[in-house]
Design a protein around this ligand. Structure first.
Ligand code: NQM
Length: 343
């Protein structure tokens, strides 16, 4: 099934329909996407990392979850495929997919789909609209970065703090210095490096393309990323899609913080869901690099509006003073096509 999940798009597969052998599975999926090829002209991929994504779903053997969700990122140009990161945008569509495929019985009204997220060994509960026991895709919820309105899908994440790095602040510090630049290393479900846009001579409000084309910037960011990866316990991240590199600046449109995110080599047209969850968590630390940029009152749960190139993403954090207990977000998703693909 091809679906839009949040501001991303990709293929949703039952694990039982794919080869059990991981190498054979990956080869098949890369070929379905049409990679390696920047344009993915001979496959289903949309020629951008955000539209070259795969979700593999199976019934869960865990008592507290209904389905297991494995996320795989195919890089259009190189054809590399990686399970190193989770994806909260694709996750939005896992709920409807699980109901459509009969993995979770639909209730009349709303159905909770409890998802075990394999990549980050953590859980998310999704609230899916199912009037008369059928998934409803149309509705009045609007998310920035997607035209029109659709049925709301509420996401509640648990256990994301330190999910991949072992601690919300993986280095144990609110600020570290890498290549003479102050950074905050953070993991609330997406290992991320927060950097001040102004430290790179940017306003932080540039378009993604302009940031990608800024002379020398990609090399400086990548040099910091490789060192940050080691400091975050992720090892050599040369071929990994984490950590994400988030350039922050003062909000412009009523939010708490403004962002431009390298994911990690292209700049996101909006912001990743768990990346935003990590950005929001960094703002909770009063001495992080967000100090002086993100000014807000810490209440509990705390609403942190994260601005991005195409609007704003609202993150709700339940916070115990030291770490994040629950992260809540609103997304939408849509079934685009259900059929047979010819690799
Ligand atoms: O951070 C893009 C996306 C993402 C990831 C990326 C995401 C998340 O927007 O949870 O959603 O960072 O590669 O799909």
């Amino acid at each position: 099934m091809w679906m839009r999940g949040g501001t991303s798009k990709g293929g949703f597969f039952l694990a039982s329909d794919l080869p059990a052998d991981i190498e054979a599975r990956n080869k098949l999926l890369v070929s379905i996407m049409g990679s390696p090829d920047m344009r993915q002209i001979d496959g289903m991929g949309g020629a951008h990392p955000l539209t070259s994504k795969i979700a593999v779903v199976s019934p869960s053997e865990r008592e507290d979850c209904d389905v297991d969700y494995l996320f795989l990122q195919v890089q259009p140009d190189t054809g590399s495929i990686s399970d190193s990161q989770n994806c909260g945008n694709m996750l939005a569509a896992v709920g409807p997919f699980a109901v459509e495929r009969g993995l979770v019985p639909a209730k009349d009204g709303e159905t909770v789909v409890r998802v075990y997220m394999v990549n980050s060994d953590s859980q998310a509960d999704l609230l899916v609209q199912t009037p008369d026991g059928r998934v409803k895709y149309d509705g009045d919820a609007k998310i920035d970065g997607v035209p029109g309105t659709h049925a709301a899908i509420i996401q509640n994440y648990y256990g994301t703090a330190g999910a991949q790095c072992g601690a919300l602040l993986p280095s144990g510090h609110e600020v570290d210095v890498i290549d003479d630049v102050e950074v905050t290393l953070i993991d609330n479900g997406m290992p991320s490096v927060m950097l001040r846009a102004s430290d790179f001579g940017l306003s932080g409000y540039e378009e993604p393309k302009a940031i990608e084309e800024t002379p020398g910037l990609k090399d400086r960011i990548e040099s910091i990323r490789l060192k940050a990866g080691e400091m975050m316990g992720l090892g050599d991240v040369t071929d990994k899609t984490i950590p994400k590199m988030c350039l922050i600046s003062e909000p412009q449109n009523g939010g708490i913080i403004n962002t431009r995110t390298f994911i990690p080599h292209r700049v996101h047209e909006a912001v990743g869901v768990l990346a935003a969850a990590s950005d929001a968590a960094a703002c909770m630390f009063l001495n992080s690099v967000a100090k002086g940029l993100a000014e807000f009152e810490q209440v509990n749960p705390c609403r942190v509006d994260v601005e991005h190139p195409t609007g704003m993403m609202t993150v709700e954090l339940e916070w115990d003073g030291e770490t994040v207990i629950r992260t809540g977000l609103l997304r939408t998703a849509r079934k685009l096509m259900d059929g047979v693909v010819f690799p």
